[in-house]
Design a protein around this ligand. Structure first.
Ligand code: BG6
Length: 489
């Protein structure tokens, strides 16, 4: 691929038979291989506790590829090449002795990527044993979310990793940062001077960020019920999106310049106090309903559920950023499982013109909006006001889109999965798309005060039918400020 140099690497995957590895990581590595983005000498080590025949586990991984990769993108020579790179090793990650076998498989002169697709509680042990077996010097470690469940527990994990690895070799994943359209936010904002002049409290009235999913808990009840939607989605993906929209221009594209600007936004987020929590935050949980014409059970009736659970599967909230650029501009965030549509979208609503010269009854129509569709149907649309055509229309106004649909405009390009980009960046040693320790910690700090407020006040859980846009209270959250969620049907 033009412009990309790939160095030989040893890629070790801890937790290689888990759901994430089989569903996302191996398919991403396969796609990189197929695109010619893995060096001929790159080897992949699949590490897991499961004993038995290594060849049988290898076949299971290849079989997972056959199921997960779209049929048109599976080709036999690429699969064979991939299988040749792949080696399976049984290891108990908490037993130091087991690392000797790993050591044997890792050439000393190549960088080692150690991807932890395991519970975060094991990260410290893996780091300690990598160091003890002399592998730490050449390794970059990749940490999956969630890193802890609050500020304190995330500090414990980060400290344990930091004992053996410098920040420059720690790659914390937030897979939203690997999405093509999320990266495009940087291009949109900082390669077009047009937007920057409008990007502040003088011109923007409010911002909406919606990340809605139609899926439910999909066999992950045990994990999800401990976490809830605030920890699972807001603490990471939604706050990262908010940062990319709200941050000041970085002075260059290096990882630290971008991260410094994101951290400033997180530090400027106003705490949601216990007094304002009822006005500013809505917690919801889905009840039985209908998604895309199919009846689905409620959260409490999912497989392995605990019928008493009061964990939220939906959150809507109003965040405020206390700085010159954004003072007085609410950021409305909402995210939920089992919603009406899979949709990740950011809407920037611009202010009305300062003086209105058209017929007063048309005033409600006025609104310039920039709609950034992250998934599906990736694209950007700018809603502008124009005059209705026709001799009989006078100066009747209407709103219409200036539209850029990525798949129509850039027909040939396949949109890579977020993990493909992230794995490639790790192998290239680029940290831009990974989250620095202070980002995670400020994000936890902000979420912790919210969770604390909930637990002190016994925050009410509002039910919503699966297949809807969330609890009625989430509509009230925004209408209270005289606004509405954009595009809800
Ligand atoms: C993960 C969450 O980080 O993101 C899941 O743990 C969620 O609960 C997923 O379903 C959503 O990712 P995407 O890429 O499908 O929007």
């Amino acid at each position: 691929m033009p412009g990309i140099t790939v160095e030989p690497t040893t890629f070790s995957l801890f937790g290689a038979l888990g759901d994430l590895a089989l569903r996302k990581l191996f398919p991403a590595l396969y796609q990189l291989d197929r695109a010619g983005l893995l060096h001929g000498d790159t080897r992949i080590l699949a590490l897991s506790r499961e004993g038995g025949e290594p060849e049988a586990h290898k076949s299971r991984i290849i079989q997972a590829l056959r199921t997960r990769v779209p049929a048109g993108e599976l080709d036999e020579p690429a699969l064979e090449r991939f299988a040749e790179r792949l080696r399976y090793l049984t290891m108990d990650f908490r037993r130091g002795e087991d690392y000797a076998a790993l050591r044997e498989c890792v050439p000393q002169d190549l960088p080692l990527v150690a991807y932890f697709a395991t519970p975060a509680a094991v990260y410290g042990d893996i780091c300690r044993f990598l160091a003890a077996s002399g592998l730490a010097e050449q390794a970059r470690v990749v940490l999956e979310k969630p890193i802890g469940h609050d500020l304190e527990s995330s500090r414990v994990i980060n400290d344990a990793v930091a004992e053996h690895f410098p920040e420059s070799r720690i790659y914390r994943i937030d897979h939203y940062l690997g999405k093509e359209t999320v990266q495009n936010l940087i291009a949109l904002r900082f390669a077009n001077s047009l937007f920057e002049t409008q990007w502040d409290q003088h011109h923007v009235s409010h911002v909406e960020i919606t990340v809605a999913e139609t899926v439910g808990i999909e066999g992950r009840w045990g994990y999800f019920d401990q976490a809830g939607q605030l920890r699972d989605m807001v603490q990471n993906h939604l706050l990262q999106l908010l940062c990319l929209i709200a941050m000041d221009p970085p002075s260059n594209l290096t990882a630290d310049s971008i991260r410094d600007e994101k951290v400033k936004v997180l530090k400027a987020l106003a705490p949601i106090t216990a007094e304002s929590i009822h006005q500013r935050v809505v917690r919801g949980q889905y009840a039985a309903g209908n998604v895309g014409g199919v009846s689905v059970p409620g959260y409490l009736d999912e497989e392995n559920s605990n019928a008493q659970s009061s964990t939220e599967t939906f959150v809507a909230l109003r965040a405020d950023i206390c700085n010159w650029r954004w003072s007085g501009v609410p950021f409305y965030l909402r995210t939920g499982k089992r919603m009406a549509q899979k949709l990740s979208q950011i809407v920037i609503h611009f202010k009305e013109p300062p003086f209105y010269i058209f017929a007063p009854e048309q005033r409600a129509l006025i609104s310039n909006r920039l709609i950034i569709r992250l998934q599906p149907d990736e694209g950007i649309s700018l809603q502008v006001m124009t005059k209705e055509q026709g001799l009989d229309k006078g100066m009747h106004l209407r709103s219409g889109p200036l539209q850029l649909n990525f798949s129509e405009t850039y027909k040939s390009a396949r949109i890579p999965d977020a993990y493909e980009r992230l794995l490639l960046e790790v192998m290239q040693g680029n940290q831009n798309l990974f989250v620095r320790r202070d980002e995670i910690e400020y994000a936890w700090q902000w979420c912790d005060q919210l969770i604390d407020g909930w637990s002190r006040l016994g925050a009410e859980l509002k039910l919503y039918p699966a297949g809807s846009w969330g609890p009625v209270a989430s509509i009230a959250l925004i209408t209270r400020d005289g606004r509405a969620w954009y595009g809800d049907l």
